[in-house]
Design a protein around this ligand. Structure first.
Ligand code: GLU
Length: 506
């Protein structure tokens, strides 16, 4: 039972498009927050100016808007009482905390230049700046205090490092993994602050902000587990209460061997980003779930089940159902294979569950991109009703229904060879008269009349129906033929049959 106000955060660094694994992390934070009637915060961790990519922050905000994952506070979510939520705007705040660590002896100044550090690394295999080596380096623990002061006054570049004592046991309590114990001697004295850009590094900014923003649970990817012992030490150094940690399992390649990467998506043809992204430097475009024709509900459902399940055989869960069923402590410890085919299955299910009217709204712009304005009498919803069970993506609706909008001009050769007989033109001409005589052109009455005619003439049903399909669709695919005739209407059907006869008898 959690009896404090739950506050969780998603804290991306705007270094490019958001990876789908990051979306899963944010989703788990959101589900957890909403289940506990808590707050979900978006904090932008942009203290590494070298890795900053323009447009990445806006992309992140838009991705969550599309997915229906809402933040209660933070960048893009209006003001909150812990603003600002962009770390580059919190420079002054961090300064006092660095000062505090220096004053209490938990951190120290280090003046080693990049060249000196490189030299040392080259000389000493597996060199680590730590309790065993810091006494041989240039820092405020080894230099006389007047020299330290002189260097600081001169404005020489320095970093502030955490002072980690050797051989202490550090316990990270993780809600998913239980207790993770490590010995402090394996850790290095990480840099917390750099005078060059007057900014803290990730570790310090992250801890200070989680504390100041009253974060109760840190839910993040497994790749941050190695940083957790350092974070525990920082909480200790400040004498702050720690949040609870939960490190989520990695998303693995579909084959299960190693971490999911963009290359896997390129290789197998699935997106690894929620939205399409164009790299501002190279111009390279990476595909996105939205542009590929996924419904946001399907993406959410698919991602939610990568690393967690409701403990019964339910697979299709709405957001409120996910919120009710989610259980952080039941997340798996081992990586989750990224079964993108399952993602397609989810999308198929969600498309089938959507009303034809809603699908028509999503489909209309696609049709318009092909044929311009959709005529007001176009039976878009009915067309969708006929083809939707064949598609996994909204975009595929077009492939399945092109012939409703554009009459065929070429005819599938194989079908022609198999079905076009000497008497086909004659039979089609007769069929035109039959169709013209139909008073009610809806599927059933038309079908009855055509069938009666076929029977009375003893014509080969398969051949006649297939050439009719050839005339209307251009190939032997598509929904029930009389559903097609109904939607195309008599005039268009007759026009298409005439076109086929003309082409074949030229
Ligand atoms: N800025 C880190 C990231 O990019 C945050 C990690 C954390 O949640 O502590 O994922």
């Amino acid at each position: 039972m959690i009896n404090q106000q739950v506050r969780v955060r998603f804290a991306p660094s705007p270094t490019g498009p958001l990876h789908i694994g990051g979306v899963r992390t944010a989703l788990y934070n959101y589900l957890f927050a909403k289940q506990h009637h808590g707050d979900f915060i978006l904090r932008i961790e942009d203290t590494d100016s070298h890795r900053f990519v323009p447009g990445a922050e806006a992309y992140i905000i838009e991705a969550f808007r599309w997915l229906g994952i809402r933040f209660d506070e933070g960048v893009g979510a209006g003001e909150g009482k812990f603003a600002p939520y962009r770390q580059s705007e919190r420079k002054e705040i961090y300064k006092q905390y660095v000062r505090q660590l220096l004053d209490s002896g938990k951190a120290y100044y280090a003046f080693d230049t990049p060249e000196e550090l490189e030299k040392r690394r080259a000389e000493t295999p597996n060199f680590q700046y730590d309790a065993a080596t810091r006494s041989t380096m240039k820092n405020s623990l080894t230099l006389p205090s007047d020299e330290v002061n002189a260097r600081l006054t001169k404005g020489e570049n320095y970093v502030v490092r955490i002072k980690i004592e050797a051989d202490e046991e550090i316990v990270v309590r993780d809600l998913i993994r239980g207790e993770v114990r490590i010995n402090s001697s394996v850790l290095d004295d990480k840099v917390l602050w750099k005078s060059a850009d007057e900014l803290p590094t990730y570790h310090l900014a992250n801890i200070v902000d989680d504390h100041l923003m009253a974060i109760t649970h840190v839910i993040r990817g497994e790749e941050w587990l190695p940083s957790a012992p350092l974070h525990v030490l920082l909480y200790r150094a400040f004498s702050w209460e720690q949040p609870q940690f939960a490190h989520l399992p990695l998303l693995l390649k579909p084959e299960g061997n190693g971490k999911l990467s963009k290359r896997d998506g390129d290789r197998l043809g699935f997106p690894v980003f929620p939205l399409q992204w164009q790299d501002p430097h190279t111009g390279e475009i990476s595909s996105g779930y939205r542009e590929k024709g996924y419904l946001p509900e399907a993406v959410v459902n698919f991602l939610a089940l990568l690393g967690w399940n409701p403990g019964d055989d339910r697979e299709l869960l709405t957001m409120p159902e996910l919120i009710a069923a989610f259980d952080l402590e039941k997340c798996s410890k081992s990586g989750a294979k990224f079964d993108y085919k399952k993602g397609e299955w989810f999308n198929h299910q969600y498309i089938q569950a959507k009303s034809d009217e809603d699908l028509a709204q999503l489909f209309r712009p696609i049709v318009e991109s092909h044929i311009g304005t959709v005529p007001p009498d176009c039976p878009l919803t009915k067309i969708i009703g006929l083809v939707k069970e064949r598609v996994n993506f909204i975009s595929e609706l077009w492939e399945q229904s092109t012939f409703f909008f554009v009459a065929p001009t070429v005819y599938d050769e194989k079908t022609v060879r198999k079905r076009w007989k000497e008497d086909s033109a004659q039979q089609l001409t007769e069929l035109i008269s039959v169709l013209e005589s139909v008073a009610d052109f809806r599927a059933k009455p038309t079908e009855d009349l055509v069938m009666a005619w076929l029977e009375s003439k003893g014509y080969h049903l398969g051949n006649v129906m297939n050439v009719l399909r050839l005339a209307l669709v251009g190939e032997s695919k598509g929904p029930h033929i009389f559903d097609i005739t109904e939607l195309l209407g008599k005039t268009e059907v007759v026009r298409r049959i005439r076109n086929l006869i003309a082409t074949m008898t030229e």
